[in-house]
Design a protein. Structure first.
Ligand code: OSB
Ligand code: MG
Length: 374
């Protein structure tokens, strides 16, 4: 008999946590991280989702403010008091909402966790995951000097990370990648431009071909696929799209025109776990590898990422680093922490749902806004 749950209460918690190390990308330097946690309550169980919209519209157009508005005004009312048996019931209720993928993901993922807990299975099992450990790497931000960057990379290599991603931007690219490559000739390495280049910069990007990179991530405009296709046609290194793929349709359009040969799947950017699974399956059918991106999540979002990354077509290491890389000890909102295994993997939690426990006192300590919807 199919499980049925009536969603009795949904709460929104806007939180802010300090990063252990500032994180700089081509769009700016962050010292803290904001997000909205969503809790969905039914039958004495609670499911958690993390909406990774940040304080400002720098990575994507969504912010904590717009996501709050869309969730509180439209998404929460669409599911509150409703009976659901599968995540598809939630997706169907959100169909009228255009855009705002991060807001949708926050609510949808809370219901995924709730339903997996009710079924008594891990989220990894619930999504069809097959791997007990997922390969991971670390995303290294732009540093004030090349020496500081080399120190950071050395620290992470010493910690056991088997794959490194460097953030690049005009003026912080070929020479930086060359220096890292010279010091670590065999390190699996990739770069992420976060949209900082244009077609005029193709010669710079082609110069990266000499460094044997796993991929070059999102060099061009945040909505572009056409210019990326022009680059991929000339470039040996696989182009990987992040920002431009905000739905399964965008993924299909990008693959249809060979705009990329790898896709970074971020659960929130694509609108939730359902869409993430669809992109995974589409890429598997087309023989295109995917990997799991990160948005400096708390252990709530990280647990969802690890569950997703346990699917078979996640063939490249994810930006899912150990918890200690992100927030000071004792401040992340959920336990236990994710620890790096000696083979540069994280273990997939086996407990019900996300497999981590949210600590209400830690949520309350980090919280700047709270809404209870009944
Ligand atoms: O482009 O992948 C990105 C963090 C915030 C916004 C965008 C990106 C990132 C990262 C961090 O690279 C990855 C992580 O969570 O470790
Ligand atoms: Mg990226």
């Amino acid at each position: 008999m199919a499980l049925e749950m009536k969603i009795e209460r949904i709460e929104l918690h806007e939180i802010e946590l300090p990063l252990v190390h500032p994180f700089e990308t081509s769009f700016g330097r962050e010292f803290t991280r904001s997000c909205i946690l969503v809790s969905a309550h039914a039958d004495g169980l609670t499911g958690w989702g993390e909406c990774t919209a940040d304080a400002g519209p720098w990575y994507a157009y969504e912010t904590t403010g717009t996501a709050w508005h869309i969730m509180a005004g439209f998404l929460v009312p669409a599911v509150l008091g409703q009976t659901v048996s599968t995540p598809a019931d939630v997706v169907a209720r959100f169909e009228r909402v255009r855009g705002h993928p991060m807001a949708r993901a926050g609510v949808e993922n809370a219901v995924w966790d709730l339903l997996a807990r009710a079924e008594g299975v891990s989220l990894a099992e619930y999504v069809g995951g097959t791997m007990a450990r997922v390969a991971v790497g670390v995303s290294v931000g732009i540093e004030p000097t090349l020496d500081a960057l080399l120190d950071r990379v050395a620290q992470h290599v010493d910690e056991g990370y088997g794959r490194v991603k460097l953030k690049i931007k005009p003026g912080w690219d070929v020479d930086v990648v060359r220096a890292v490559r010279e010091r670590w000739p065999d390190l699996p390495l990739q770069v992420d431009a976060n949209c900082a280049y244009t077609l005029a910069d193709v010669p710079i990007l082609l110069a990266l071909d000499q460094f044997d990179l796993l991929l070059v991530e999102q060099p061009f405009h945040h909505d572009d696929i056409v210019d990326h296709a022009k680059l991929q046609a000339q470039m040996r290194t696989p182009v990987c799209l992040d920002e431009s793929v905000h739905s399964p349709e965008h993924a299909r359009w990008a693959l249809d025109i060979d705009a990329c040969r790898v896709i970074n799947i971020k659960v929130c950017r694509v609108g939730g776990l359902t869409a993430a699974l669809q992109i995974h399956d589409l890429c598997a059918e087309r023989g295109v590898p995917v990997w799991c991106g990160g948005m400096l999540e708390t252990n709530v979002g990280r647990a969802a990422n690890v569950a997703l990354a346990s699917l078979p077509n996640f063939r490249l290491p994810g930006d899912i680093s150990a918890s200690a890389r992100y927030y000071p000890e004792g401040q992340d909102v959920a336990v236990p922490n994710f620890e790096l295994n000696a083979d540069s993997t994280l273990s997939v939690p086996e407990g019900p749902g996300l497999g981590v426990a949210v600590l209400p006192e830690r949520v309350a300590a980090a919280r700047s806004r709270h809404l209870v919807c009944v």
